[in-house]
Design a protein around this ligand. Structure first.
Ligand code: NAD
Length: 484
């Protein structure tokens, strides 16, 4: 990346770099320095119309959807190679945009999108386009066909922009769909590298199109008559609005929304190992990760020792420049996000919670949108700090009486996205996992698996991404009945 890469003036539509319809721009702000480093164009409705038209034309033209699964898989592998060549640049772009520690960005934003393209290339190559089933109750045969759902509006948040975009793009392309991607205004620059890789790989023009802008652009895209399916990751509030629009239009929609997951620490857990596992499970990307286990449930009899150990862990996490390889906590994405997180902390204090570490800007850092890792004790699961999604480095340590109580507290949430259990007995952990109302759960770890579905229950969303289920979300079936 050079400094000029922080300013872009064109939009990627129909396989070409186009001049936007207006000269409006969106500032690019460094979360580390709080200074403006560049600008991106702001798409107008005319630009969105052009992007949807390009995606539709490509979809109709058969240049993508009519290719054999093997041909599509080959093209996706070329795309993956071109993206891999830009993995380091992409990781740096995301770190500059949202403050993600570079070591995490290398994996999540550099390598993971490449892996996802290759995973879905393999999956579609092995998948039959049609299968034959014996009919019942009348004798005969039914041909079940899987067709691409059409033109996809993919709307991504700022916390993991590259990989969450690819959660949608890879299965959509594999299915034969075309895509209009709208990244978040905070994290758009990295998607220009995606576009460059698409051009280099020779992806059909119009298979991927990128529009810029915020909620207003997103709303226009979601309701656009040229869109056949919406795939959204973001807040529950926006997800509800999008779900309502898609319901009215009877437009298929996948919603990956917020969370307030629980870490259930069982009475047989090893304290040291558990607390060592919590940074990755509960504070990844300064807590700006949707599936974080931010409510830590510990046995009442061990509450004081856990609160002390978790406080010490949070206090000792390396915080600072996200380009430093050792940094675990970088700045939050924006001033707005920092203010939101600090407001939640104030609410927690006002409700009588005790902050055992953190609670504001970290000592010795006087610029950047930093919030020190913060631990709350002395509240119950009814308090706002335990109920609201904070999306920052804030943990609440809660106590429980017995296993049933722990499961009841974990399930007493509007959300159901992730969660973890910490125990020395894996079978006991699995048993707890089965009882928690959630879309995904980890025993002594939490690692997303590209081959298994991911998504939420309750206010955490609708539908699933990843795995074969994630591919099916971009296909529609047609049943063709043949006589015996
Ligand atoms: P957000 O909902 O404000 O924005 C997400 C994206 O949607 C952005 O691109 C935004 O421009 C667009 N958008 C906003 N309102 C829209 C609307 N009404 N119609 C169409 N598009 C709209 O969320 P955010 O602040 O960018 O991201 C943080 C939130 O996302 C958190 O609540 C977090 O839990 C959630 N999230 C969920 C997951 C998941 O997989 N479940 C992953 C990451 C983030």
């Amino acid at each position: 990346m050079t400094s000029t890469d922080t300013t872009r003036t064109s939009l990627f539509i129909g396989g070409r770099w186009r001049t936007p319809a207006t000269t409006d721009t969106i500032p690019v702000i460094s979360p580390l320095t709080e200074e403006q480093t560049g600008t991106i164009p702001a798409s107008s409705t005319a630009d969105v119309d052009a992007a949807v038209a390009a995606a539709r034309e490509t979809f109709r033209s058969d240049s993508w959807r009519a290719q054999s699964h093997a041909e599509r898989a080959d093209m996706m592998r070329r795309f993956a190679d071109a993206l891999e060549a830009r993995a380091e640049a992409r990781a740096h772009a995301v770190t500059a945009e949202n403050g993600m520690p570079i070591a995490l960005a290398r994996f999540a934003e550099g390598a993971a999108p490449v892996q996802l393209l290759r995973y879905y290339a393999d999956l579609i190559e092995a998948a039959p386009r049609e299968e034959r089933r014996n009919s019942q109750p009348m004798p005969g045969t039914t041909v079940v066909r899987r067709d691409p759902v059409g033109v996809v509006a993919a709307i991504a948040p700022w916390n993991f922009p590259a990989v969450l975009s690819m959660f949608k793009i890879a299965p959509a392309l594999a299915a034969g769909c075309t895509v209009v991607l709208k990244p978040s205004p905070e994290t758009t620059l990295d998607s220009y590298l995606l576009a460059e890789a698409a051009v280099e790989a020779g992806l059909p023009a119009g298979a991927i199109n990128i529009v810029t802008g915020g909620a207003e652009t997103g709303r226009y895209l979601v309701a656009h008559p040229g869109i056949d399916k919406v795939a959204f990751t973001g807040s529950t509030a926006a997800g509800r609005q999008i779900g309502a629009v898609c319901g009215e239009l009877l437009r298929p929609v996948t919603l990956e929304l917020g969370g307030k997951s629980a870490a259930l620490v069982l009475d047989d857990a090893d304290l040291e190992a558990t607390v060592a596992g919590l940074p990755a499970a509960s504070l990844l990307n300064a807590g700006q990760t949707c599936y974080m286990s931010t409510r830590v449930l510990v046995p009442r009899t061990a509450y004081d020792s856990y609160l002390e150990a978790i406080t010490e862990m949070a206090r000792s996490l390396p915080i600072g420049d996200p380009l430093d390889e050792d940094t675990f906590i970088g700045p939050l994405v924006s001033d707005r996000q920092r203010r939101r997180v600090l407001d939640h902390i104030e609410q927690g204090r006002a409700d009588g919670g005790t902050v055992t570490t953190g609670g504001g800007a970290p000592a010795g850092i006087d610029r950047g949108y930093f919030v020190a890792p913060t631990v709350f004790g002395g509240v119950d699961n009814g308090s706002a700090i335990a109920r609201n999604e904070i999306f920052g480095p804030v943990l609440t340590v809660l106590s429980y009486d017995d296993l049933d109580d722990a499961v009841a507290i974990a399930n007493d949430s509007e959300y159901g996205l992730g969660g973890t259990v910490w125990t020395s007995d894996e079978e006991r952990g699995l048993d707890v996992a089965r009882r928690v109302e959630t879309g995904s759960f980890g025993v002594n770890t939490f690692n997303l698996d590209w081959g298994s579905p991911f998504g939420g229950v309750k206010a955490s969303g609708l539908g699933r991404e990843l795995g074969a289920e994630g591919l099916a979300a971009y296909q529609q079936t047609k049943s063709i009945f043949l006589p015996a």
